[in-house]
Design a protein around this ligand. Structure first.
Ligand code: OGA
Ligand code: MN
Length: 237
């Protein structure tokens, strides 16, 4: 199924590609990502029925490679920082809990990131149309796990802020093998564990407050883009 959807996307992509050596912008336009796209509809369906979804080939390899290159560039320029645990003034770096290095993404920094943000905005609209979650924005960061790093079991919710509703992780690792470790382990109903390999192009989406999960130690560097769709806060006007 996922394969078929990818073929649909890559078919319109390659038709465009033959006419003009396009940039990422043209590639995304050729993909025709709208909230009605079958792959987005499948994510919404999965979320409604199981609370999670996995799309093996969410984006074209070209864009995934550009995102991986951007993550490596930021790492080479020293822009990634050890991730914290918690939020605001209570945030601290605790390598016994998580050992990844991160940098938040803002619009206008890199074309590949902008394309990713625009695809995720379509997913946000699709989720709102299908599930009425009232998602207002999407925040996301690059994450680099050096060999041996992990992230212990947790929920993607802060004790003092429950705006994060849906988590989405896009993996950027070409040639990842099961023996490389680094799986995302989700604990589903009855605490049944389900492992996902962090293979390039794969997108995992799950309900932030309901799916405990962890990142197993990886034997090689592991790159991803991790983000959260958030609903409006309850602050007074
Ligand atoms: C996180 C997280 C999962 C992954 O950053 O909160 O759980 O597979 N990431 O990278
Ligand atoms: Mn998490």
């Amino acid at each position: 199924m996922a394969r078929r959807r990818f073929v649909e996307i890559s078919a319109c992509f390659s038709a465009k590609w033959r006419c003009a050596p396009a940039g990422l912008m043209d590639m995304m336009r050729a993909m025709h990502i709208s909230p009605e796209h079958p792959m987005l509809a499948a994510v919404v369906d999965d979320l409604a029925t199981h609370g999670w979804s996995r799309q093996a080939l969410f984006l074209p390899g070209e864009l995934v490679r550009a995102l991986a290159a951007e993550c490596r560039r930021r790492d080479a320029e020293g822009e990634l920082n050890p991730a914290g645990v918690g939020r605001g003034v209570t945030q601290e770096v605790r390598e016994a809990i998580r050992g990844d290095q991160i940098q938040w993404i803002d619009p206008g920094q890199a074309e590949a990131c902008d394309q990713y943000l625009s695809a995720m905005d379509q997913l946000r609209l699709a989720i709102n149309q299908g599930l009425f979650l009232g998602l207002e924005d999407f925040e996301c960061h690059f994450a680099l796990y050096p060999p041996g790093a992990f992230y212990r079991r947790h929920l993607d919710r802060f004790r003092d802020d429950d705006r994060r509703m849906v988590s989405a992780v896009l993996y950027l690792n070409e040639g990842w093998q099961p023996q490389d470790g680094g799986q995302l382990r989700m604990f589903l109903a009855d605490d049944v564990a389900l492992d996902v390999e962090p293979v390039a192009g794969c997108l995992v989406v799950f309900l932030s407050g309901e799916v405990p999960h962890e990142v197993l130690p990886a034997g090689r560097e592991r790159l991803s883009l991790t983000g959260w769709f958030r609903r409006r806060g309850n602050d007074p006007f």
